[in-house]
Design a protein around this ligand. Structure first.
Ligand code: HAM
Length: 418
């Protein structure tokens, strides 16, 4: 009982400081691009997630029956909740809808570096805009965030492709409709599962050996001109990606991007541009991932609306920042430590603390009898700026002694001037 559930985390105050620091940067990058924050419950109806294309995420669902006999689940991702919210107000919400959130998500995963059974996932999505401009705007949000935490394009790259690449290849061999998302989900597992397992799954979807090799050869491509000779210069996938890269250079973020046709993403609902950020050293799992999903609403019984977005977990990024020495050393945020010398000045110290708190300072009042030496150490350990001492002689003339802990300077300040 002394241990929490496997794959979950406790956040002690020092962990919470870092989490808030990270979330502040998530929020600023989204806010500076004009996105508004929303939230949804962590518990949803299970059937919001029961998609039938063999995705890992549905196999990892924390689903159970509630006391009323309903099948419910802890959300493994935010996108279906967001879709539900948009659908409930379809028509009433002015578009484009530009929303972000930082939900906790639950997946019964094999725990490993950067992967737990719960994580916080920054989600940034745009609904109601079908042009590739919206996808480019999302990439700009991502890069703003990376820059704000001190990362550069030497540390990370955002690998970009489009589901349309695979759609065109598969269309030419007659794999369309329902089979298309299922094949994407299998292709995404190509580097994780043995070749014959993949081949068996693909053959269930109607792909023969030759088909598999044409898919594999296109997935190996990593520049536009190769892609254009493979798919033809009139290929919609090629023009979409060409435009996306042009927009990225207008944003000044092209050095962060690379074309990588092997990026397919493991979720069934993507339809257009898809992307994932990876550390250049290749030591970590994906830092984030997303893409366009224009047909999600019809799978939930609604009318489709174009949408694009990404999810960005809080775990891999902290691993990467640690590797790069970019995790900040954050103080507690307490500004003043107030202490009295002697029991009879305890009430005075309380009124001093109250006065400072009313003025907006964050004040840690020493609650029991401590020696001066302890107070110094405590103030130093918590990163306070000032030690405010209520001492007999000074107090009798209406003053407190304030020590600036940076400069070491001491001065007497009248209570009324605090
Ligand atoms: P996803 O690729 O499943 O996409 O997850 C997005 C990101 O969430 C991952 O790249 C990773 O940073 C983080 N993540 C996922 N699972 C875990 C885990 N078990 N532990 C730690 N971090 C994890 C989605 O969920 C899509 N709904 C994203 C999206 C939003 N697409 C469009 N809008």
């Amino acid at each position: 009982m002394a241990q929490g559930v496997r794959g979950t985390r406790d956040f002690y105050p020092e962990d919470m400081r870092l989490r808030n620091w990270l979330f502040d940067r998530f929020r600023s990058a989204a806010r500076e691009h004009g996105f508004e924050e929303y939230d949804a419950p962590v518990l949803e109806h299970e059937d919001l997630y029961t998609r039938k294309q063999g995705e890992e995420i549905t196999q990892q669902l924390y689903g159970f029956e509630d006391k009323g006999g309903r099948r419910v689940a802890l959300r493994p991702e935010m996108t279906p909740s967001l879709a539900r919210m948009v659908m409930a107000r379809a028509g009433a919400l002015p578009t484009p809808i530009k929303w972000f959130s930082i939900p906790q998500c639950w997946r019964y995963e094999r725990t490993q570096r950067g992967r737990g059974r719960e994580h916080y996932q920054w989600n940034v999505d745009i609904w109601g805009a079908d042009g590739v401009e919206a996808d480019a705007e999302l990439l700009s949000v991502l890069v703003s965030f990376f820059r704000s935490v001190g990362l550069t394009s030497d540390d990370l790259s955002i690998r970009v492709s489009s589901r349309k690449v695979l759609e065109e290849v598969l269309g030419s061999i007659g794999v369309t409709g329902e089979a298309f998302p299922a094949v994407c989900v299998i292709v995404d597992k190509m580097d994780k599962l043995p070749q014959d397992a993949i081949a068996a799954q693909l053959s269930e979807q109607g792909l023969g050996e030759d088909d598999i090799s044409s898919v594999t050869s296109v997935l190996g491509l990593s520049d536009i001109s190769q892609l254009s000779s493979a798919l033809g210069s009139d290929s919609p996938a090629v023009s979409e990606l060409t435009e996306l890269f042009q927009l990225a250079s207008a944003y000044g973020i092209e050095e962060w991007l690379s074309l990588d046709a092997s990026v397919v993403r493991g979720l069934a609902y993507y339809t257009g541009p898809v992307f994932e950020a990876h550390d250049r050293a290749g030591e970590l799992r994906a830092v984030c991932g997303g893409g366009r999903y224009d047909r999600l609403l019809s799978t939930l019984g609604g009318k489709d609306m174009p949408a694009t977005g990404f999810g960005f977990g809080d775990m891999v990024i902290m691993e990467l920042l640690a590797d790069k020495g970019l995790v900040p050393d954050l103080p507690s945020g307490n500004e003043d430590v107030v202490m009295s010398l002697g029991e009879d000045l305890r009430h005075a110290a309380m009124s001093v603390a109250s006065k400072l708190r009313e003025s907006g300072r964050s004040v840690d009042l020493v609650l029991d009898d401590k020696r001066m030496k302890w107070a110094f150490k405590h103030a130093d350990r918590t990163g306070a700026q000032r030690l405010v001492m209520v001492m007999p002689d000074e107090w009798s003339s209406g003053n407190v002694r304030i020590k600036d802990l940076d400069t070491g300077e001491e001065s007497d300040v009248a209570f009324d001037d605090l």
